[in-house]
Design a protein around this ligand. Structure first.
Ligand code: PEP
Ligand code: MN
Length: 344
């Protein structure tokens, strides 16, 4: 159920409707739009009678949401959401670039990476301190020591930090250091972790599970929003298919599909999406051309010595070239779509 308020509705009108929703034992989610506020309702086990709300001042209509996901859907919010990570807008005009190593390995490695991605034009630094590795014997990350090194890199460069939380137990710690918490592909359906992320004050970068359908993916995001955290960035990182020429199959067609159904921004990770360094650049360009809000890219000062994902990590100069060409593609498309061009 969605209560759409009139453009003239006052904050008191909105408050009154929220109180009514709470009195029914459900949770209100006021979502301000450019013209009107919509109030999503969650927690109701079955349909609610629209008549309960229609006589309230400021209510335009009470409508049923037809999709299984509600708060992430365009039905609830027609405009694109812009999510801010340390002041950097994601999902509005312009592109966001988040670069850095798969894992934080040492002080020198992360500081060198941070300086390099910043010089290349990235606004955000990535790096895992807690790594979800397929093998229990593989490098698992530096833990809190890695988080401290990321904070040091932020202090020096001003870059916002994106880093992964792999479980509820360490979420608080990650939250203390990060500017944006990543939930990885393997945890996309870890519902207790999603609920914890939903109670975070930080934006969440939610990667698509490696075999998740679009609906499963949006439902995972819905878990986070339903707990009250509306700052979610989606990230396509490739899915499992029969192909054996790349690590995953980067499903770029999910970008326009998500943008049709959801107001949330979506970025693309061509590193995990391909698993091979020489594929990252072309697929990164394609991601921007099909409407992604930006890229998440693994960059390492010495990829051949990386403790994880070296084979898909770009050298810093390759990343700089990718950022430059993505911006060029974005400019061409933005110019062609500008109203003056349409009139010409
Ligand atoms: C990562 O970003 O390094 C990572 C582990 O990604 P994914 O969860 O997409 O595999
Ligand atoms: Mn990785």
């Amino acid at each position: 159920m969605l209560i759409v308020m009139t453009a003239q509705a006052t904050p008191a009108d909105i408050e009154r409707v929220c109180k009514k929703i709470e009195s029914l034992g459900f949770r209100p989610h006021p979502i301000p739009g450019a013209q009107k506020t919509a109030i999503g309702i969650t927690g109701n086990p079955g349909p609610i009678d629209p008549a309960e709300f229609e006589d309230f001042p400021g209510v335009a209509e009470a409508i049923r949401v037809s999709k299984p996901y509600k708060l992430v859907s365009r039905e609830v919010k027609s405009e694109d959401s812009i999510v801010y990570v340390k002041g950097v807008p994601i999902g509005g005009p312009g592109l966001v670039f988040c670069g850095g190593p798969c894992s934080v390995e040492s002080r020198e490695q992360i500081l060198t990476s941070a300086r390099a991605v910043k010089a290349a034009g990235a606004q955000l630094l990535r790096g895992g301190a807690y790594k979800p590795r397929t093998s229990p014997y593989a490098f698992q990350g530096l833990g809190e020591e890695g988080l401290k090194l990321l904070a040091e890199a932020r202090a020096e460069t001003g870059l916002g930090i994106v880093t992964e939380a792999i479980d509820v137990e360490t979420f608080d710690l990650v939250e203390n250091y990060a500017d944006c918490v990543q939930i990885g592909a393997r945890n996309m359906q870890n519902y207790s972790l999603l609920r914890r992320a939903g109670r975070s004050r930080l934006p969440i970068l939610l990667k698509r599970g490696m075999s998740a359908t679009l609906e499963e993916y949006l439902m995972a995001a819905e878990y986070i929003l339903s707990e009250g955290n509306y700052n979610v960035i989606l990230c396509e990182r490739g899915v499992r298919t029969f192909n054996d020429h790349s690590r995953n199959t980067l499903d770029l067609s999910v970008v326009p599909a998500v943008r049709k159904l959801s107001h949330l921004p979506i970025v693309v990770d061509p590193s995990h999406g391909t698993g091979k360094r020489d594929r990252v650049h072309p697929m990164g360009l394609a991601a921007i051309a099909c409407g992604a809000a930006g890229l998440l890219v693994e960059v390492h000062p010495t990829p051949d010595h990386a403790l994880s994902d070296g084979q898909q990590s770009l050298y810093p100069e390759q990343f700089a070239h990718l950022v430059e060409e993505c911006r060029a593609i974005y400019e061409v498309l933005a110019r062609r779509r500008a109203p003056e061009h349409a009139l010409a």
